[in-house]
Design a protein around this ligand. Structure first.
Ligand code: DSN
Length: 412
């Protein structure tokens, strides 16, 4: 990792970057939304492109000197279109939240009705949460999951018929089953709604064909680029051609000013990487690893919401152990595993405490973890949770997790 110039200029920041590198190197990262980008993606993120203003679209800018960023942004657009099989892609959204906000701004008027997945059942803040723009400025209703941790499509249909939303949002931040985008399309058609699929979590799986694509069904497909897609932090809004001009206007000047061309270059590289055959192998391995982790945890007597996962993540349900997500995420940190507390369906605990822990495998799969490694990770997690007060036991588990990290360095 080259930070020699930072060291010369700002030793305080340099020290923290070095410490963060060590933390990542020596920790098993199971936060389902995180990943480890390639060095090529990182180089683009830190390149001279950060110096450039380029408001507008490629070849239609408000500033001069854009001839190179035009080529870069157009490449990113074309690669996104090809990879996700969509008619239009705007690669400028700075984040997934902004990718979604652009759709809301284009498709809705303030106060219009929206139907999305409840945050507490695995949805996202921007899908209608009352504390987010999507719930503050729009009339949002929510659907959840049933006792098996699955979306009940009959309930979605019933709510859509009752609420008559102008926009139905599908896609989740914590859902371990395959999403049936066709069923959502049928409900949207029956109720006269637009359909937006937010594939932020599963974008890498969709790109590799390891999860069905929403492209044939959704009017809008949004994503982040830094989760299973393994690119820089950012977003993309994709849509059918008929919405292209409106979405572009919603992104700029609607919600953003100058695009981050260094990040757009990094997105282009990540999209190129995701189109390679190795990426397909990677995406398939993410799922194999998640299933090995889930199986290992269930073999140890732990509950997983909805049982076996079908994608990259799962939620450990700690209720029968009488433990909370907050406490156990802290215990896992002690043994060198990073994960986040998460609510389980009908959680008796508050979102700040929770009864669950979300676990995902995109980052460890990038490091080269395989099924046997995940079986060991499952044993470490279960042992840590069962003996969370045994400091010596936790220290031994920390050594076991460190061995796995040393076996699979962050960057070879
Ligand atoms: N914060 C992200 C996640 O962890 O899933 C969603 O934006």
């Amino acid at each position: 990792m080259q930070i020699s110039n930072i060291k010369k200029v700002d030793s305080q920041i340099a020290e923290q970057i070095e410490l963060e590198f060590q933390r990542q190197q020596n920790t098993i990262e199971l936060i389902a939304s995180e990943n480890i980008t390639s060095l090529a993606v990182m180089e683009a993120s830190g390149s001279v492109l950060t110096n450039k203003y380029a408001e507008g679209k490629p070849y239609k800018r408000f500033y001069n000197g854009c001839e190179h960023v035009d080529v870069i942004e157009e490449l990113a657009q074309e690669r996104a279109k090809k990879l996700f099989n969509v008619e239009h892609a705007n690669v400028q959204p700075h984040s997934g939240a902004q990718a979604n906000m652009a759709v809301f701004l284009y498709a809705l008027k303030t106060g219009d009705k929206v139907l999305g997945m409840d945050l507490s059942n695995g949805g996202h803040l921007t899908h209608g949460s009352p504390v987010n723009f999507s719930g503050l400025y729009f009339d949002a209703a929510g659907y959840g999951v049933n006792e098996y941790g699955e979306i009940d499509y009959n309930e979605v249909r019933r709510k859509a018929l009752e609420h008559k939303p102008k926009l139905i949002v599908c896609g989740a931040s914590n859902y371990s089953k395959i999403i049936d985008f066709k069923k959502f399309r049928d409900i949207a058609d029956e109720t006269g709604a637009y359909l937006m699929a937010d594939i932020a979590h599963i974008a890498g799986l969709v790109a590799a064909g390891a999860h069905p694509s929403p492209s044939p069904y959704a009017d809008f497909v949004t994503t982040t680029t830094h989760k299973s897609l393994r690119g820089p932090r950012g977003g993309i809004t994709m849509c059918k051609a008929e919405h292209a001009a409106g979405i572009d206007k919603a992104v700029f000047p609607g919600i953003q000013g100058g695009p981050l061309e260094h990040i757009i270059a990094a997105k282009a590289i990540a999209l190129h990487e995701a189109a390679q055959p190795e990426f397909k192998t990677y995406a398939v391995q993410i799922i194999k690893n998640a299933q090995a982790l889930a199986q290992g945890l269930m073999d140890e007597g732990m509950d997983i919401v909805g049982g076996m996962t079908e994608n990259h993540l799962m939620t450990l349900d700690l209720r029968k152990h009488g433990k909370t997500g907050k406490d156990m995420a802290n215990v896992l940190e002690k043994v060198g595993i990073t994960a986040n507390k998460n609510t389980v369906p009908d959680d008796p605990q508050s979102p700040f405490v929770t009864s669950g822990i979300r676990l995902g495998t995109p980052a460890v799969t990038t490091r080269g973890f395989k099924e046997d490694d995940m079986a060991e990770v499952a044993k470490i997690i279960a042992s840590a949770i069962f003996a969370s007060d045994d400091e010596t036991g936790l220290q031994n588990l920390r050594e076991r997790s460190l061995k796995l990290c040393q076996k699979h360095p962050l960057y070879e």
